[in-house]
Design a protein around this ligand. Structure first.
Ligand code: GAP
Length: 511
C-alpha cells in the first residue's frame, strides 16, 4: 500500500470506528478542529496516562500541575509570544493558496537531501559490501552538492528570519525556483508575519473588557507557578513540573488531519537546572524521551532526531524527535534548552523574584530550563497510522487490524458468548463484572463469532474471550490473541492475572 493510500485509509478508519470525527460535522465541520469519539477518547487517555506515569510517577523529582488556559495577558508579552510568535506567510497569486514561507523552503531542502540519499542508495547497490557510506557522503561531488545546497538554503533562511529580513526570504524562494504545489506557478506575494495566537475578551461590555489569549503552549502556566510549586513542594534543583492540556494556534496552513490542528493538546515538562548544567540535562532528556518512544515497540527506523537550525526566540539548543508519518518524517516532540529566558522575563514583567536558593552553592539564581514538549494528537496519529494493517489470512480472507500496543488499546478485551442462549450470556456477564474493575471490557453478543472478532480487530482489542458450551463443564474460556490470532483455553479464575501481564502500563514503563 502506498503512503498516500495508507493515510486516506487511516483517516476513514478513524471515523468509521469512532476514533476521530470532524468537529461539528453536521455544520460541515470546522477547519483543523477534530473531536475524539468513543474509542479515540480511550486511546488518547491511555497515551496521556503513559506519559504522565513515565514523567511524574517514575521520577521522584517531577511533580504535576494543571494551570488554567486563561492567563494574565502580560504573560504573553513576557514570554515573547505577542511580539515573536509569528509564522512568515506567503500567498500564491494564481492558486490563491497560502503557505508558510519557511515550510516551502524546508520542503525544498528536504528534496535536495532526498536526491543525495537516492545517489547513496544507488552507490550502495553498485559497490556492495565494500561500500563506505561515510566516505562517499563526504567525497562524492554530486552527493556533496545536494547536501550543501540543503544546508546552505536552511542556514540562509534561518539568518534572514532571525534578522526579520522577510524580503530576503522571498528572494530565496524566487532564487530556488520554488513553485506553488497546486498551481505550479512562481507568482508570489511578499512574505508577511502572522501572529498565531487567538485573542478573546474577558468581561461583559466592550469598554471594560480586556483582551486575553488562548494559551498557545502550556509551558507558561508552569513558569508562572515555578515558585508556588518549588516552595510548597520543597523542591530542590534539579526538579521538574509536568502538565498536560489544551493549546490553541491559529495555524496558517492547517492540514494533514490531526497533525496540525488549531486546538490541540500538549504534554510538557519543564526541568529546572543549575545555570551551566543545561547542556548535560538537554542530552539526558533527549535520550530519555527517545527511550520512552522506543518502549512503545514501533520500529526504530520510524524515529530520528532533527537538530534545529533556526532556534525559537527562547532557546539555545533544540531538537525534534521526528516520526515517519504516512506523509514522511515530521516533528512529533520537541526538546528545548530554554535557558533562563522565561523566568527572567516573568521577573522583569511581574516585578517578583523567581529564583532558587541553592544551599550547596550558597547562592540565589534564576534556574535554567530544559523542556520536553509533545503533542498528544500527533502521538495519537503516530500510533494509529503505525498500527493500521490490512492482512491476508491463510484461509483466503482478509482483515483490517489495529496493532496498537496492548496496554494502550481502547478496549482491552471483548467478552463474547458463542450463542445468545443456554446460559452463556449469563456466564459472560459474570466474567465482565469481575474484570471491569481492572480493565475496559466490552460485552458483545451480536453477529457470528467471526464477525465479532473482525470488529474487535478493527478497533485494536488485544483479546477476545469466548464463552462456549464447554465453559459450563470446565470453567474455562477461549482466549484469542489479536496479533497472532492463536487461541488457548484459560481457566476463568486465571483470566485476570493472565491479562494483567500484558495489559498493564507497567509493562511499557519497565522497558
Ligand atoms: N512549549 C514549547 C512548544 O510549544 P512547539 O514545538 O511549538 O513547542 C510542541 O510544540 C509540540 O506540540 C510539537 O512537537 C507538536 O507535537 C505539538 N504541536 C505544536 N503545534 C501543533 C498543532 N498545531 N497541532 C498539533 N500539535 C501541535
Amino acid at each position: 500500500m502506498n503512503q498516500d493510500d495508507l493515510f486516506k485509509k487511516v483517516i476513514a478508519h478513524a471515523k468509521e470506528y469512532g476514533f476521530i470525527f470532524p468537529s461539528s460535522e453536521i455544520y460541515d465541520g470546522l477547519s483543523a478542529v477534530y473531536d475524539y469519539g468513543q474509542n479515540g477518547v480511550e486511546l488518547k487517555k491511555n497515551l496521556r496516562d503513559y506519559w504522565w506515569k513515565a514523567m511524574v510517577q517514575m521520577h521522584e523529582n517531577i511533580v504535576g500541575l494543571d494551570a488554567a488556559i486563561f492567563m494574565h495577558p502580560t504573560t504573553w508579552k513576557a514570554s515573547g509570544h505577542v511580539d515573536a510568535f509569528n509564522d512568515p506567510l506567503i500567498d500564491n497569486k494564481d492558486s490563491k493558496k497560502r503557505y508558510r514561507a519557511d515550510v516551502l523552503i524546508e520542503d525544498y531542502a528536504e528534496k535536495q537531501r532526498q536526491k543525495a540519499e537516492k545517489e547513496i542508495e544507488k552507490a550502495k547497490k553498485r559497490f556492495g559490501e565494500d561500500f563506505d557510506e561515510a566516505l562517499y557522503r563526504e567525497t562524492n561531488p554530486r552527493v556533496k552538492k545536494y547536501l550543501d545546497e540543503a544546508s546552505d538554503t536552511v542556514k540562509r533562511m534561518a539568518t534572514s528570519l532571525d534578522a526579520g529580513d522577510l524580503a530576503d526570504v522571498k528572494s530565496l524562494i524566487e532564487e530556488k525556483g520554488i513553485a506553488c504545489p497546486i498551481s505550479g506557478s512562481k507568482n508570489w506575494t511578499e512574505v508577511r508575519q502572522f501572529n498565531l495566537m487567538f485573542g478573546t475578551q474577558m468581561g461583559s461590555v466592550a469598554e471594560g473588557a480586556s483582551t486575553l489569549y488562548l494559551r498557545p503552549e502550556t509551558a507558561q502556566g508552569i513558569f508562572v507557578n515555578f515558585l508556588n510549586v518549588q516552595k510548597t513542594g520543597r523542591m530542590k534543583i534539579p526538579f521538574g513540573i509536568a502538565q498536560t492540556g489544551k493549546a490553541f494556534r491559529n495555524e496558517i496552513v492547517a492540514r494533514q488531519f490531526i497533525f496540525r490542528m488549531r486546538e490541540f493538546e500538549q504534554m510538557e515538562m519543564q526541568y529546572f537546572v543549575r545555570p551551566g548544567e543545561e547542556m548535560k540535562w538537554y542530552e539526558y532528556w533527549k535520550e530519555e524521551r527517545m527511550n520512552w518512544h522506543r518502549a512503545l515497540g514501533m520500529d526504530e527506523s520510524y524515529y530520528r532526531f532533527h537538530d534545529h537550525a533556526k532556534l525559537a526566540h527562547y532557546a539555545n539548543a533544540a531538537a525534534d524527535i521526528e516520526f515517519n508519518f504516512p506523509f514522511g518524517f515530521k516533528e512529533l516532540e520537541g526538546i528545548h534548552s530554554r535557558t533562563d529566558f522565561d523566568l527572567k522575563a516573568h521577573e522583569e514583567h511581574s516585578g517578583k523574584k523567581l529564583q532558587f536558593f541553592d544551599p550547596e552553592l550558597g547562592q540565589n539564581y534564576v534556574p535554567y530550563v530544559i523542556e520536553t514538549s509533545i503533542g498528544l494528537d500527533r502521538l495519537f496519529l503516530a500510533v494509529l497510522s503505525y498500527a493500521y494493517r490490512e492482512e491476508s489470512l491463510e484461509d483466503g480472507s482478509s482483515r483490517t487490524v489495529l496493532r496498537i500496543p496492548a496496554p494502550l488499546a481502547p478496549v482491552k478485551a471483548a467478552i463474547l458468548p458463542l450463542v445468545k442462549k443456554a446460559g452463556l450470556p449469563e456466564i459472560s456477564r459474570e466474567i465482565l463484572n469481575e474484570l471491569r474493575y481492572d480493565f475496559n471490557i466490552q460485552y458483545d453478543e451480536k453477529d457470528a463469532i467471526g464477525k465479532r472478532y473482525r470488529r474487535h480487530d478493527a478497533i485494536g482489542t488485544p483479546y477476545c474471550i469466548t464463552v462456549d458450551h464447554e465453559t459450563k463443564e470446565d470453567n474455562c474460556v477461549t482466549l484469542r490473541d489479536r496479533d497472532s490470532m492463536t487461541q488457548e483455553r484459560v481457566p476463568i479464575q486465571n483470566l485476570k492475572a493472565k491479562l494483567s501481564e500484558s495489559l498493564s502500563l507497567s509493562s511499557l514503563l519497565k522497558k
